[in-house]
Design a protein around this ligand. Structure first.
Ligand SMILES: [Zn+2]
Length: 374
């Protein structure tokens, strides 16, 4: 089982986002054209009305196409709606108008990084530091990205139609070949099951345990990470090929879910799918869910597992897997993929769930809870 929902890197990104969301420009803007619309946009962002925000920023840009902060707002709104390409283009426009708009650089660099484009991420932060040299957050992020780039530059590559596998040296050649086979198998097995395939080649990096901790800053027990790239520690994998297959299938599922629905997917759905597609049996999950003093309610498993006490994390994975299994039993894969598409469009989870599964989310939750405790 991987415990990637806990990876602090994602929290770091959350902070960037939070910083940009709560950043409401008003200095010197008060009387300029579109200023009122811009303010409306930021208020809408802060109260979670993303579509309203997108509209307000579009109108603000129409009123004053030279105001960089309107593009920052529009780019953030696009990102929050999962439109990553548009978000990047809009943030680039913001920076063309005002290269010193650090909030736009921060977000653009992170988006590039999370799209797996380390080079573009580094260039964005380099450019930002060239005009505003005293940005501590950008400096430290850039430093860790450079370290990653330096490490990867010495790595060898194994290419397949859908993956680029990076690994350190000839000693890992055999493992990398096994990884490529496992990934291509997962691609066809899981892609065919979900009737969806990732649109781009996915980079997969095989690390020593030490490199993995260093680059991902994830806890020592993490089995893998997907953050735009699939990152896997090779720990014992040579002796246990089945474990490597599981970890790769798990992380590939995250990549696929992310490409189907870049936002709005509750953690239990994402992690549950990843565990189910590892293709191991779920007896361990059934045991965990039956044994514990009580279940964690599914609605508490929507926003990552970080807020849970560490000892509850295995239960959270177990519950996620069992809930997804039941969801598939009730609605079939078509209901599940339709649900993911609804979420990608920004529909609210409980509503989309009821329409696709023909059962309200609270009914499903209590039915599920009864069943796993039997
Ligand atoms: Zn996972």
């Amino acid at each position: 089982m991987t415990v990637d929902a806990l990876v602090p890197r994602i929290v770091a990104f959350g902070f960037v986002l939070l910083g940009v969301v709560s950043w409401a420009p008003d200095q010197g803007l008060a009387e300029s054209p579109g200023a009122g619309l811009g303010r409306q946009g930021w208020e809408a962002i802060q109260s979670g009305k993303i579509q309203d925000a997108a509209r307000a920023f579009d109108e603000a840009i129409a009123a004053n196409p030279q105001e960089a902060t309107f593009y920052l707002g529009a780019g953030l709104a696009a990102h929050l709606q999962g439109q990553e390409k548009e978000a990047q283009a809009t943030l680039q426009q913001a920076l063309r108008l005002n290269p010193k708009l650090t909030a736009a650089s921060l977000l653009l660099g992170e988006l590039a990084y999370r799209a797996g484009d380390l080079e573009a991420a580094i260039k964005t932060y380099d450019d930002a530091l060239a005009v505003e040299p005293n940005q501590a957050q950008i400096k430290s992020r850039l430093e860790s990205w450079r370290k990653e780039a330096a490490l990867h530059s010495g790595f060898l590559q194994n290419l397949s139609p859908h993956f680029t596998v990076l690994f350190e040296g000839p000693a890992e050649q055999r493992l990398a070949a096994a990884a490529v086979d496992a990934l291509e198998a997962a691609y066809w097995r899981i892609g065919t099951a979900l009737l969806a395939y990732p649109p781009t080649v996915i980079t997969v990096v095989l690390y020593t345990d030490e490199q993995f901790r260093d680059i991902t800053r994830s806890p020592t027990w993490a089995g893998g990470v997907f953050d735009g790239k699939i990152r896997v520690p090779m720990r014992g994998a040579l002796n246990d090929p089945r474990q490597l297959e599981k970890v790769l299938a798990h992380e590939f599922t995250h990549a696929l879910v992310k490409s189907l629905a870049p936002r709005g997917v509750p953690t239990w759905v994402d992690e549950g799918l990843a565990v189910v597609f590892e293709m191991g049996d779920l007896k361990w999950a059934e045991r965990l869910a039956r044994q514990g003093p009580s279940l964690i309610p599914l609605p508490r498993l929507h926003d990552g597992f970080l807020s849970l006490p560490a000892e509850q994390v295995p239960l959270a994975y177990a519950e996620s897997a069992l809930a997804v299994r039941m969801l598939i039993e009730r609605g079939g894969i078509p209901a599940l993929t339709a649900l993911l598409r609804d979420l990608a469009e920004g529909q609210e989870f409980a509503q989309a769930f009821e329409r696709r599964v023909f059962l309200s989310y609270p009914e499903f939750s209590s039915l599920w809870a009864r069943r796993v405790r039997e």
